[in-house]
Write a protein that binds this ligand. Sequence first.
Ligand code: ADP
Length: 399
Amino acid sequence: MCPFIENQTSANPALLHSAEALQRTILATVPDAMIVIDEAGSILLFSEAAHRMFGYEDAEVVGQNVKILMPNPDRDRHDDYMHHYMETGEAHIIGIGRVTAGRRRDGSTFPIDLAIGEARGENGRLFTGFIRDLTEIRRAERRLNDLQAELSHISRVSAMGSLASALAHELNQPLTAIASYAEGARTLLGDEGTPPQADIDMVREALAEASAEALRAGQIVRRLREFISRGESERRVEPLRRLVTEAAALALTGTGQTGIGQPGINLAIRLDPSVDLVLCDRIQIQQVLLNLIRNAVEAMQRSPRQQLEIRSRPARGGSGSPRCVEVVVSDSGPGLAPEVTEVLFQPFNTSKEKGMGLGLSISRTIVEAHGGRIWAEPSDFGGTAFHFTLELAEDPQDG
Ligand code: ADP
């Protein structure tokens, strides 16, 4: 009988009976493992889920010190932790919760999320621990990592697209020059005052080769362009909230910033629900968000205060109609380096040792292909704010 319940119900046998039934139901069905201990650390109650999680039968653990469920160093220190708390009232875990390790009957350990509550009964204090096995969550994190790897593959594919468009841009000017130079030379050869035959042959041959090269290069450029413009893009109506929350989770996985209550980046997502549905290629727009969030995280690495905010608000489209949403990713980093500002969205501009300088140029290609704009401004937190717009999906009510 749980002494906690006993205290409340001993005066009324009917109540006592239903309280016992209630306690049995709770212990059998509470999804997290639930363990109640007394001031001395002795286990009073052990739920069904705790039995499954730790592999102990009730009779083996009730009355035992709870430290048998912990690996070292906690196992040897747990009595001291409890004495310290009883004497000073200084809580390190009670009411706070933390991620730690549990120890099964067979000695194996596993990650757990432990939350402890305290109750004061007539016979002293009772502590109730709720324990969640994180093995599944760790597995989910690994799945998230796989997804991240998939996204970074997509990033490389779009990096190729960006590379190709940069190449096309770079090649076009000299090609035009070669072509007109070749044409000019031909015309010159046709003028009066015939040069020696041998020279003429050489010039003609060189010019023929030059223009053939120019044409071949032009074909490569054209093919690349066709390839880029064909780039698979699947547009659907997507809720911005989903795109943002998933991208933020992905961007922060692996940076050690996903744990609740961990020190580090303070992430705030403030989205205006009145501008939620956008018509876009989800993977591409998440790629943009990932690039911006990762850049923000990297920029804040040495900042004492790490504030990351993603917000949205209604914005005006090109025609002046309010059918756009503006998304802003703000950080509290050092802001843009002056030499980067001018060439921010151009490919291969980076201030990072291992940077490729492609993230922002890819982001611009994607945003512009969606009919939006992207730009940077100083942020409210003293760092940088990247803004981009997206066209909203037609509201079905608007017809
Ligand atoms: P990369 O991250 O590989 O350098 P990007 O195109 O994503 O390529 O970024 C180009 C440059 O823009 C970065 O090297 C950095 O100098 C600057 N930059 C981007 N985002 C930020 C930011 N949030 N704060 C400060 N600088 C930034």
